[in-house]
Design a protein around this ligand. Structure first.
Ligand SMILES: [Zn+2]
Ligand SMILES: [Zn+2]
Length: 270
């Protein structure tokens, strides 16, 4: 299996460290064949809200330029893709679709961090049981847009709530929908590091992966690198070992989406 990672941040989100080139060099050193950058996406808000955990719309150009330069410079050593980790913000999805087309973004992964928008919505990594249903509904609604290549840290909500029968029912539903839509689920290695440090299992969660195994979902390892050191092959191998215990189909390719075709289909519906 090819060693690949499509979940890599950059300093532009204000909570990741190192230069773009350091991530590429670390990936090459650790034997990755492909590296996708997926920094926290910009959004064009209807308000004057400014997020401090993502790149700005103006900042995107420097992001793209830097990644494209590295792609060309290291072409004989590693394959590089330009992506973004984006939420599902229903009111802004038309804008995002156009943005991906205009800027030739290779892929989006769904990181369902906030409820409908981060201008006003709660952060799902730190919320209450009452917001749980929304988390799942937004995940599924977002994936149905067809714009996302995979679902990042599907169990993010387990930072906020404990596993119980109701949670299990919602995760089963999510796994079935991902199976139906052929969307891979991410085994998140940053979360694995947090679990190891804290001794508490939030995500990845073994009960979730048992369910994904039961439904034979596709799975992909995502390092969620916020520092070049997060690309360590030891971490990658530990994740692969863990994930291999489940009956999931581990993939090493990111399914790309045709943003233009999605736009045409949307226009056809209007
Ligand atoms: Zn995320
Ligand atoms: Zn991330």
């Amino acid at each position: 299996m090819r060693k690949v990672n499509f979940h890599t941040h950059t300093y532009r989100c204000n909570h990741a460290h190192g230069s773009d080139e350091e991530y590429v060099l670390e990936a090459i050193r650790n034997g990755y064949e492909e590296l996708g950058f997926s920094d926290h996406s910009c959004w064009k808000y209807n308000s004057d809200f400014e997020s401090h955990v993502r790149m700005s719309v103006q900042g995107f150009n420097s992001y793209k330029k830097s990644i494209m330069n590295l792609k060309e410079h290291y072409a004989d050593q590693i394959e590089i893709k330009l992506g973004m980790e984006a939420e599902y913000f229903p009111d802004y999805m038309d804008w995002m679709l156009d943005f991906c087309i205009e800027n030739e973004v290779d892929y989006l992964i769904l990181g369902n961090h906030y409820d409908r928008t981060d201008e006003t919505g709660v952060y799902f990594g730190h919320t209450t049981y009452s917001h749980m249903r929304d988390y799942f509904e937004l995940c599924m609604e977002g994936l149905r847009t067809g714009m996302y290549s995979y679902l990042a840290h599907p169990e993010l909500i387990l930072r906020s709530v404990e596993w119980d029968d109701y949670v299990e029912m919602l995760f089963s539903k999510l796994c079935r929908v991902c199976k139906e839509l052929d969307i891979p689920l991410e085994y998140n290695v940053l979360g694995m590091q947090v679990n190891m440090r804290s001794g508490k299992e939030a995500y990845p969660h073994h009960k979730f992966w048992e369910l994904a195994g039961f439904y034979h979902n596709k799975a992909i390892i995502g390092m969620d690198a916020h520092h070049p050191a997060h690309l360590s092959k030891k971490l990658y191998e530990a994740a692969l070992d863990n994930l291999s215990q489940y009956e999931v189909e581990i993939i090493d390719e990111i399914p790309l989406k045709d943003f233009k075709a999605i736009k045409r289909a949307k226009q056809g519906l209007k």
